[in-house]
Design a protein around this ligand. Structure first.
Ligand code: MRU
Length: 365
């Protein structure tokens, strides 16, 4: 495995850099305006980082986690605390601000806790706030590097499920844009398969209301040379009925130990339909997306601005597609019960049915 990981690391050259750390600022590719415009946003304060996550300049569970980790470093660089105690207070309030940005993707809380716990650990080892800042910067960079490593491993496990000529159905954007690395989770097996010579193509549903599929997945995959066909969300059942797809690969925002998967709204529809038509349905996520504590009804499903549904994002900006004052329900994630899932692919291996037992086993390995 290690040799293959190195080979893929060497051979995968991402064409898109959604997150770049520049020592004192985080540069983010603005996903609100893709694919029409390539614009970068610089964030140098905690408030700017929080706003970038909240307004989805950066989005996707792993990318949100990585951004929040650097947000903790930015907090220290912004405030320049003189003592360790002051540094911990700064980090604690930054954690609070960043944790309020989006509620569903667990990688956000995972990354904030990892950074804060590392600070507590380092506080016992150094009395210099400047040194603590440097070491936390290293921790954030490590989180970013570990994500790419995890994705290469998921890519290798997932590519084994793909045959030459396969068509993969996905949802939303669980690609390099959503993880910051350029490789992605659900897209990693597709890129890896193509690297090792299997021709795999993708059917991407547009993913209303924010159109992550139409705007981001299409842009990313085509940029990376993967043949991609866009469908309306409502065409998912038909493409399965006609066997136009062989397998489903999606990402996740949170996975519970019993195998419930939270992901972009519409994932549940795909999972139920795949189950009905006997099409394998795989979820790909790093173990940082596994929430070992929550139960299914504890998890908050984010509801966003009604105008996301009333409008569409076009080359001309946002345009209304309905009455401006119509009542709207806009839950942006759903939850898929374990019985509809063939397997969960992580960097530690693949958990198949029964998921509750095999996920736990995988985490212990
Ligand atoms: O609202 P978004 O765009 O942040 O939602 C993203 C998703 O639902 C992705 O599928 C998930 O975060 C996995 S990203 C590798």
């Amino acid at each position: 495995m290690e040799k293959l990981v190195e080979e893929i690391r060497h051979r995968f050259k991402p064409k898109i850099r959604p997150i770049e750390w520049r020592g004192d600022r985080l540069v983010l590719l603005d996903q609100r305006v893709l694919p029409f415009e390539t614009r970068y946003i610089e964030t140098k304060t905690v408030a700017e980082v929080a706003e970038a996550i909240r307004d989805m300049v950066v989005r996707g569970a792993p990318a949100i986690g990585i951004t929040a980790a650097f947000g903790m470093v930015i907090a220290l660089k912004e405030k320049k605390p003189k003592t360790i105690e002051e540094a911990l207070v700064t980090l604690s309030s930054a954690r609070e601000v960043l944790a309020k940005t989006r509620p569903t993707a667990v990688n956000l809380f995972w990354a904030l806790n990892r950074m804060y716990n590392r600070a507590l650990e380092l506080a016992g080892k150094t009395s210099s706030a400047a040194e603590l800042t440097d070491m936390l910067e290293e921790e954030a960079k490590r989180i970013f590097e570990e994500e790419l490593d995890a994705e290469i491993r998921m890519g290798l496990y997932g590519a084994e499920m793909l045959e030459d000529g396969d068509v993969v159905l996905t949802i939303c954007n669980a690609g390099g844009l959503a993880t910051g690395t350029g490789l992605g989770t659900a897209t990693a097996p597709i890129y890896v398969a193509n690297i090792v010579g299997k021709r795999v193509s993708v059917i991407a549903p547009e993913t209303r209301p924010w159109q992550q599929g139409a705007r981001l997945t299409v842009y990313e995959l085509i940029h990376n040379g993967v043949p991609t066909t866009l469908i309306a969300d409502t065409a998912v059942g038909f493409v399965m009925y006609r066997r136009l797809v062989n397998i489903v690969m999606v990402g996740a925002d949170r996975i519970l130990l019993d195998g419930h998967v939270y992901n972009k709204i519409g994932t549940l529809n795909e999972a139920v339909l795949a189950h009905e038509f006997g099409i394998p349905f795989y979820v790909l996520a790093p173990t940082s997306t596994i929430d070992p504590l929550s139960k299914v009804d504890d998890v908050k499903i984010e509801e966003r601005d009604p105008d996301e549904v009333r409008t569409a994002r076009s080359e001309q900006g946002r345009v209304y597609v309905t009455l401006r004052d119509v009542a709207v329900l806009n839950p942006v994630f759903d939850v898929t019960p374990p019985k509809f899932i063939t397997g969960i692919i992580t960097e530690r291996g693949v958990a198949t049915q029964p998921l509750a037992k095999n996920l736990r086993r995988l985490l212990k390995s």
